[in-house]
Ligand binder design. Structure first.
Ligand code: SF4
Ligand code: SF4
Length: 431
C-alpha cells in the first residue's frame, strides 16, 4: 500500500513539474507521516507500570523498561582507574530496584565502559538486564568495520546479543560515513541474525538530517538529547516531535545536561525552591524528561552510589509533571539562557581529536560557573590551576574539535572569548 502511495506521488510530481529538491523534501515528510500513521496506534502516551519494590516502568514491545536508565559514560574513578567495586555497588542497587537498563558505548570512559559493565553485569542472568550499546560511526572506514567492531563489543560486554543497539551520534559530520558504510542496513542484518533485538540511532544533528534518517524506516527507537534547557536551545522539541510523529519511541540522553541542570545558579535555584521547596534540581530535570509521553527511558550518567540512590527515589514515587511544574521549568530555562552559558555538555568528544590536549569542557565549565556566580577571582584561580598545556591560549584554530562537537559549538572562537575574558581579569588585577 505504501508502495502504491509513492508510485502515485512520483507520477504526480512528473505532471506538476515540482522541483527535485521539493520532491525530496515532500517524500521525506510523507514517509514520516505514513510511517507515523502506521505506528502511532501503539505510540500514544505510554502507560506507567508499577511493581512493588521497583521503580516505575513503561512498556516497550515485549519489555517493561525502567523509566531511569543507567548511562555508563561517567563511571566512578579512583585515580586513573575505574572504581569497579563502586560500579558493582551501583549496579546491584539498580538491579534490586528494577532499574535494569544499562547504556554503554565504544568510546565511553576512554573505551573502558563496555568491559567494566560487562564484568559487573556478568554476575546476573542475561535475561535479567537490558543492555544498550552503540556503533561508533567515526571509527568506520568500510562496511566490514561495523561487524568487526560489533563482535569486539559483544566480547567486551561478555554477551551474545544486545537488547538495544544504535548508530552512535549521527550528525552533520558523521552522516556521510553512516550512509557510505550502509550502517542501517548492516544493523538490520545483525537484528535478523538475532544479535540485536532493537535497532536505533543516537542523534546530535539538525532536524533536516533527522527527517532523512527517520524516513529510512525500520527504526525501533532513537536516542535524543532532551531536557528543559535544550528544548529550545538545540531544537530538542523539534527533534522529539519528528520522532514522535514517525511513531519512533525515544530514549533520552543528557536529561540533566551533563550536570548543568543540577548545579543551578542562585537565581535559577530560587525559582525552583520558591515553587517546590522539597524538590531537588536533579529530580526536577529527570521528571521533566520522563513526563514526555513518547519517552521510554531517561538515561542518567551516574558517578556514585549516592546519585543512584537519589535518582531511584525519584522514580520510586514517580508521577508525571503537572502544568505548573512545566511552567516553572520553562522559567528556569529562560533564567539560565539569560546568564550567557556556553552550551557544553562535557561529553569530551572534542578532546579526542585536539592535537594540543586542551581541556575544552573544563574551560567552558569554569567560564559558565563564573558567569553564574560573577566571581572573577575564582575563575582566574581555577583557570590558572589547569595544566599550562590544557589552557585555551594553546589553540591553533585547526577546527578539528568542531567536527566532533554534538552541540555544534564553534570551539576555537569560544576558547578565544574565554581567553580574552581571562586576560581582562588578569590586567585588572595588575592595576
Ligand atoms: S581548534 Fe583548538 S581546541 Fe580545537 S582541536 Fe584545534 S587546537 Fe584543539
Ligand atoms: S565542547 Fe562540544 S564536544 Fe567538547 S565537551 Fe563540550 S559539548 Fe562535548
Amino acid at each position: 500500500m505504501v508502495g502504491i502511495f509513492f508510485t502515485n506521488m512520483v507520477k504526480y510530481f512528473r505532471k506538476t513539474g515540482v522541483s527535485i529538491m521539493k520532491r525530496r523534501e515532500f517524500i521525506i515528510n510523507s514517509a514520516i507521516a505514513v510511517g507515523g500513521t502506521a505506528l502511532l496506534a501503539g505510540c500514544g502516551k505510554k502507560e506507567i507500570i508499577k511493581h512493588d519494590g521497583e521503580i516505575s516502568k513503561r512498556r516497550f514491545r515485549d519489555l517493561e523498561i525502567p523509566l531511569l536508565g543507567f548511562g555508563c559514560m561517567r563511571l566512578p574513578m579512583q585515580g586513573e582507574e575505574v572504581d569497579t567495586q563502586e560500579v558493582d555497588r551501583m549496579v546491584d542497587y539498580c538491579m534490586q530496584h528494577g532499574a535494569n537498563y544499562f547504556d554503554t558505548a565504544y568510546m565511553y570512559v576512554d573505551g573502558r565502559s563496555e568491559s567494566v559493565m560487562g564484568k559487573s553485569l556478568k554476575r546476573y542472568k542475561r535475561e535479567d538486564f537490558i543492555l544498550a550499546d552503540k556503533s561508533p560511526i567515526y571509527k568506520m572506514k568500510t562496511k566490514a568495520d561495523i561487524r568487526k567492531i560489533f563482535d569486539e563489543q559483544l566480547k567486551k560486554c561478555q554477551v551474545k546479543y544486545f537488547d538495544f543497539y544504535m548508530a552512535h551520534n549521527i550528525n552533520k559530520n558523521t552522516y556521510d560515513t553512516y550512509k557510505q558504510t550502509e550502517m542501517h542496513k548492516e544493523l538490520l542484518e545483525l537484528k535478523k541474525e538475532g544479535k540485536i533485538k532493537y535497532v536505533g540511532f543516537s542523534f546530535h544533528g539538525s532536524p533536516d538530517i533527522l527527517k532523512e534518517v527517520v524516513a529510512e524506516g525500520n527504526w525501533d527507537f532513537c536516542q535524543l538529547q532532551v531536557n528543559y534547557l535544550d528544548w529550545d536551545v538545540v531544537k530538542g522539541k523539534e527533534q522529539y516531535e519528528i520522532a514522535q510523529s514517525a511513531g519512533i519511541p525515544v530514549t533520552v540522553m543528557e536529561p540533566l545536561r551533563g550536570g548543568g541542570l543540577v548545579n543551578l545558579s542562585d537565581k535559577a535555584l530560587a525559582e525552583l525552591k520558591n515553587n517546590y521547596p522539597n524538590t531537588t534540581p536533579a529530580e526536577f530535570g529527570l521528571r521533566w524528561a520522563a513526563s514526555l509521553g513518547n519517552v521510554v527511558t531517561v538515561l542518567s550518567g551516574m558517578s556514585n552510589l549516592e546519585q543512584v540512590k537519589e535518582n531511584i527515589k525519584t522514580f520510586e514515587n514517580y508521577k508525571d509533571m503537572d502544568e505548573n511544574e512545566k511552567l516553572v521549568a520553562n522559567k528556569i530555562a529562560k533564567i539560565i539562557q539569560s546568564q550567557g552559558e556556553i552550551n557544553c555538555t562535557a561529553c569530551k568528544y572534542c578532546m579526542e581529536v585536539c592535537p594540543r590536549g586542551i581541556n575544552i569542557p573544563a574551560i567552558f565549565s569554569l567560564y559558565n560557573q563564573y558567569k553564574v556566580s560573577g566571581v572573577a577571582m575564582m575563575f582566574k584561580i581555577y583557570y590558572e590551576s589547569l595544566a599550562e598545556e590544557e589552557q585555551g591560549h594553546n589553540c591553533i584554530k585547526c577546527n578539528l574539535c568542531n567536527k566532533n562537537c554534538p552541540q555544534n559549538l564553534d570551539i576555537p572562537s569560544l576558547l578565544a572569548k574565554v581567553e580574552e575574558e581571562y586576560q581582562k581579569i588578569k590586567n585588572l588585577e595588575r592595576k
